[in-house]
Design a protein around this ligand. Structure first.
Ligand SMILES: [Zn+2]
Length: 113
């Protein structure tokens, strides 16, 4: 299942980046960048199930909506937003492409004091 393997990846990633502080993680915030979509409820359930076997047993997962990042081929600047845009906010050109693929990424990690 997509959401379950995603939850496993998130846990592995958090454990990797936090190292010995992993057991003190209290909250993990992930953002879903469109056009990627995930079933938030399924992701949270997978996380809650899998965390028990990991160092993140005390952590809560929060899911937020990320932003799409566009790259303008004319002025070569990036812009971002929650929705598709048809023209560049910097120069008005329509030569835009998605600068980053839709993905799920870890936005922040909070620790217990
Ligand atoms: Zn532009």
């Amino acid at each position: 299942m997509h959401e379950t393997s995603l939850a496993r990846k998130i846990i592995e990633e958090v454990v990797k980046v936090t190292g010995e502080k992993a057991s003190r993680v209290r909250r993990v915030r992930v953002a879903v960048r469109p056009p990627a979509t995930v079933m938030a409820e399924a992701l949270r359930e997978g996380f809650d199930l899998l965390k028990k076997e990991s160092l993140l047993a005390g952590a809560v997962l929060e899911i937020s909506e990320g932003e799409m990042v566009f790259f303008c081929r004319d002025c070569r600047r990036e812009s971002s937003g929650k929705k598709m845009i048809s023209s560049c906010p910097h120069c008005g050109s329509e030569a835009l492409r998605l600068a980053r693929q839709g993905e799920v990424y870890i936005e922040s990690i909070d620790f217990a004091p």
